[in-house]
Design a protein around this ligand. Structure first.
Ligand code: NDP
Length: 449
């Protein structure tokens, strides 16, 4: 008999926490999990999943507009936001149920309440119950950083944007990262007049800037506005419900909705972590070693709360590796090299490996760049001028592919297969040796000059 109530107590039922619970339980551990909001976490409940569903909805705007060129007369199409919003939320309920089933089918005890750490092997639930566990896993994710200005309470974050009553007439999106560019594209397609406000003129800093420049160019052509080198100074709610915004560059403008997307901070406050000796960095992230172990040996952390790579598949891998390491005597570390990622903007950006700037910093002149700047066939038929851009970066005399950067329709679908080749360390020659699949956009990857 264990001296503890559970072998593992997980705090947070997001991607990392659920995977760790399930795998630990399948290795024979007695597992409990506490979740204060909804099982599924950010990705399922108010992140990647509902966002991608909205992206699908947004695509219809251009497709319906161009349908006539493909022979279809679609008379006077109308977008009903409330219908899409509610269907998305119904599916989120379904997914939440599936996650719950996974936990119960693995005999993971679920506490639907907030839990805090009370000691190296002790967790206190909001109900007052104290539970002991051999190991505690912190998987509490991240939280949107709110606006820091007078009237900040009038701005929304990605947590609330899925539940809007109606599509905003004028939408101000603050920030230049993933969430800003994705929601700018979504709400522009739904009919909002969208402005992106960014403190610098650099968007999506971690992406290849030549690809990002193409996104900005295309976004401007679509009618998305950019307000660079400025920040929010003041938000005032007007009598008619609109929001009057003063910027720190002396300008001002009125909007109906403001979405703040200036990053997500680790969700570690008030969990009792520092009180028991768990070291946090200055952003509040739990400091862990490569085995996800914190400065307190019985306490581990995975996912966004550790602020390593804020991506769902990474949190899932960390949770899985933790469970195998601790409960299957199989030490495993996550390999963070060549992680593919995408920005579901319009059109999407997809990337794996080093950007040109990173590659030249690392390899100097020993890199080569190949590009394909092409007009997708579908755009030729529809009469749209929009061009895709694919970029390959190689290093050394064997021309190992160290970076692939795409912007264009379906690029987020195309990159996954190509990422296998980059991860496997293949060369440009291996791409060239692969026969093109014609006609497709993906074939550009094996025809790069
Ligand atoms: P990002 O880190 O992508 O971007 C944050 C943006 O806000 C940057 O443009 C940054 O500018 C700017 N910013 C940061 N601090 C301030 C500030 N104090 N004032 C003004 N601007 C500021 O964050 P997001 O919120 O868009 O997304 C959070 C995370 O969620 C992402 O990092 C990503 O890991 C994940 N995510 C992933 C998605 C995907 O995989 N498709 C989709 C959505 C989110 P600067 O560059 O100057 O620092």
């Amino acid at each position: 008999m264990s001296e503890y109530d559970y072998d593992l107590f997980v705090i947070g039922a997001g991607s990392g926490g659920v995977r760790a619970s399930r795998i630990a339980a399948s290795h024979g551990a007695k597992v409990a999990l506490a979740e204060e909001y909804r099982v599924g976490g950010t990705c399922v409940i108010r992140g990647c999943v509902p966002k991608k569903m909205l992206v699908y909805g947004a695509h219809f705007a251009e497709d319906l507009h161009e349908a006539a060129r493909f022979g279809w007369d679609v008379n006077d199409p109308k977008f009903v936001w409330q219908r899409l919003r509610d269907i998305v939320q119904t599916d989120i309920d379904r997914l939440e149920g599936l996650y719950g089933n996974t936990l119960s089918s693995h005999n993971v005890k679920l506490f639907e309440e907030r839990a805090t750490v009370a000691g190296p092997n002790e967790v206190k639930l909001a109900s007052g119950q104290v539970v002991t566990a051999g190991k505690i896993l912190i998987a509490t994710g991240g939280w949107p950083v709110p606006a820091q200005c007078e009237g900040a309470e009038h701005a929304l974050t990605s947590n609330e944007i899925f539940h809007l009553e109606q599509v905003p007439g004028r939408l101000l999106v603050v920030g230049g990262g993933y969430i800003a560019n994705e929601f700018a594209g979504i709400f522009h397609a739904f009919g909002s007049d969208v402005t992106i406000l960014n403190r610098s003129d650099v968007l999506l800093r971690s992406y290849d800037q030549e690809i990002v420049a193409r996104l900005v160019e295309l976004s401007k052509e679509k009618g998305i506005n950019f307000h660079f080198k400025a920040s929010l100074q003041k938000i005032e709610k007007q009598a008619d419900g609109s929001l009057h915004v003063g910027f720190n560059d002396g300008t001002n403008a009125d909007y109906d909705t403001i979405l703040v997307a200036t990053g997500r901070a680790p969700n570690s406050a008030g969990l009792g972590l520092e009180e028991v000796g768990v070291k946090l960095d200055k952003s509040g992230a739990v400091i862990v070693d490569e085995y996800n172990q914190s400065s307190v040996p019985s306490i581990y952390a995975v996912g966004d709360v550790t602020n390593r790579v804020q991506l769902t598949p990474v949190a899932i891998r960390e949770g899985h590796a933790f469970a195998d390491t601790v409960f299957d005597n199989n030490p495993r570390i996550v390999d963070y090299d060549a992680i593919p990622s995408a920005v579901f903007a319009s059109p999407p950006i997809a990337s794996v490996g080093l950007t040109e700037a990173e590659a030249s910093a690392k390899y100097g002149d020993d890199i080569k760049i190949y590009r394909s700047d092409f007009r997708p066939m579908k755009n030729v038929v529809s009469g749209r001028e929009e061009r895709g851009l694919y970029k390959m970066i190689t290093a050394g005399s064997d021309e190992k592919v160290i970076g692939l950067h795409l912007i264009g329709p379906e690029s987020s679908e195309i990159i996954q297969g190509a990422a296998v080749a980059v991860k496997a360390g293949l060369s440009k020659q291996a791409f060239d040796d692969t026969v093109a699949l014609h006609p497709s956009m993906a074939e550009e990857l094996v025809l790069l000059k």
